[in-house]
Design a protein around this ligand. Structure first.
Ligand code: PFF
Length: 442
């Protein structure tokens, strides 16, 4: 039970609530949604099993696990995981800090905003300068404290409260959003796939869906290896993976039913607000809904907890690496790495261009690369061990076990290689486009 809670706690976070709606908005709504759902089911689910079998078979952290099973160049995979963790956690903490800040705004002032414009201005204040820096520091301090203390119980309780609370709040907000005049238009934008659009834009939709799927499921940097290393052999890995994937996807999909009606009602283009989408749509909503202040406070606080349980899973990978590799003890390891991560995140509090710089790199490239290498490793280096490990706790899978290996070996590798290539092209465009312009303007 502790494992499922921890894994769900890692998966459910800013990826579902903050990132999913704005990426969906930027990549065409329904066309993105359908690609993302297909990716999660066909690639995300088998890929989560890839990490589970490595973790449970070795009972080791990702770096130790790969070292035990592989040899030669495979050992560098651990370094890749560490690099990914650094980049992701640095901006993840900044964004989580915004949620803390919005919770506090509710407590102190309430969400009395004249309209979406004022909501946009508020977002501007929260996300730049000292305001943003301070809450980034507070959030990182929390993460460091929890990891340094090695607390496990508190996290489990947190997740047990947070997940049902978030689902209940989201369903309530979605029901309210349903009553808005704009909801019809929003649903059709979100739900009726436009295959012409999809065909014309698949080269950007596919890598975006791949990055979002790996990010939201915490795949590609060893988190699920770490968590599965605590698992007993009687656990059914496939059904555990099913629960995690289903819950995670459910939450993201409901967020869309909340955000898009509110954006449409406010007359905002769904692709326009980018990273501010969830904040602008929800603060406008909380300022009009009866009881909005209390609902808002609880909602932002719960997302803060969700972000905390995800951030913990990332820092744990980094810290266990330093503990095992360099023999450093837990408290100094957590502090040193946490401070380094904090510093790396500072530019994001200065200018949001750094959010794009980090996020596109981590999501569009690094997690996809990590997942690709893990699939190659399981599919081609340790297929027999992996198949056998999967069957423990399930029983003889017959042809299904072999089918899983072949799915990991060929189709997954092909789709992920294509996504990775497109992600690199996309990032190069960003570096030579928006980022170069931003630099030139300095
Ligand atoms: N899955 C988390 C979320 O959706 O917010 C983010 C995350 C956690 C990504 C852990 C990667 C990771 F290794």
């Amino acid at each position: 039970m502790g494992f499922i809670l921890a894994a769900v706690g890692s998966a459910v976070g800013l990826g579902n609530i903050w990132r999913f709606p704005f990426i969906t908005g930027q990549y065409g709504g329904s066309s993105f949604l359908i690609t993302y759902l297909a990716f999660v089911a066909l690639i995300g689910f088998p890929a989560i099993l890839v990490e589970f079998v490595i973790g449970r078979y070795t009972n080791l952290n990702p770096v130790g696990a790969i070292r035990e099973l592989g040899s030669g160049a495979w050992n560098y995979l651990g370094w890749l995981f560490v690099a990914i963790g650094f980049v992701i956690l640095s901006y993840y903490s900044v964004v989580a800090g915004w949620f803390l800040r919005y919770t506090l705004i509710g407590v102190i002032d309430g969400y009395t905003l004249a309209g979406p414009e004022e909501a946009g201005q508020l977002f501007g204040t929260v996300t730049t300068g000292l305001d943003s820096l301070l809450f980034h520091a507070v959030f990182m301090a929390l993460v460091i404290g929890i990891i340094a203390a090695g607390v496990r119980k508190g996290i489990e309780v947190g997740v047990k409260v947070m997940v049902p609370a978030i689902i209940a709040l989201l369903v309530g907000l979605a029901a309210y959003a349903f009553t808005l005049d704009a909801s019809g238009a929003a649903y059709s934008y979100y739900l009726s796939p436009d295959f012409e659009y999809l065909l014309a834009n698949w080269t950007s939709i596919l890598p975006a869906a791949a990055g979002q799927a790996f990010f939201t499921l915490s795949l590609g940097m060893g988190v699920m290896i770490t968590y599965a290393s605590y698992l007993g052999e009687d656990r059914n890995l496939a059904s555990d993976a099913g629960v995690i994937v289903a819950l995670d996807t459910l939450i993201a999909v409901i967020v869309g039913f909340v955000v898009f009606p509110f954006l449409f009602a406010a007359g905002i283009e769904p692709g326009g607000p980018g990273a501010s989408a969830i904040f602008v749509s929800l603060t406008s909503a909380f300022s009009t809904i009866p009881g909005g202040r209390l609902i808002g406070i609880v909602f932002f606080a719960m997302v803060g907890i969700a972000a905390l349980s995800s951030a913990i899973s990332i820092l744990e990978v980094l810290v266990s690496y330093l503990i095992d590799e360099a023999g450093v003890s837990r408290v100094p390891a957590a502090t040193a790495i946490g401070v380094a991560v904090f510093l790396l995140g500072v530019p994001v509090t200065v200018d949001l261009i750094f959010l794009d710089l980090y996020d596109k790199l981590a999501d569009g490239i690094l997690l996809v690369l990590g997942s690709l290498l893990l699939a190659l490793f399981v599919g081609w280096v340790i297929p027999d061990i992996a198949r056998e490990e999967l069957q423990k706790g399930i029983g003889d899978l017959g042809g299904l076990g072999t089918a899983w290996i072949w799915i990991v070996r060929v189709p997954i590798v092909i789709v992920v290689v294509v996504s990775l290539y497109l992600g690199i092209v996309d990032y190069a465009d960003f570096l030579t486009g928006s980022f170069a312009e931003w630099l030139a303007a300095r």
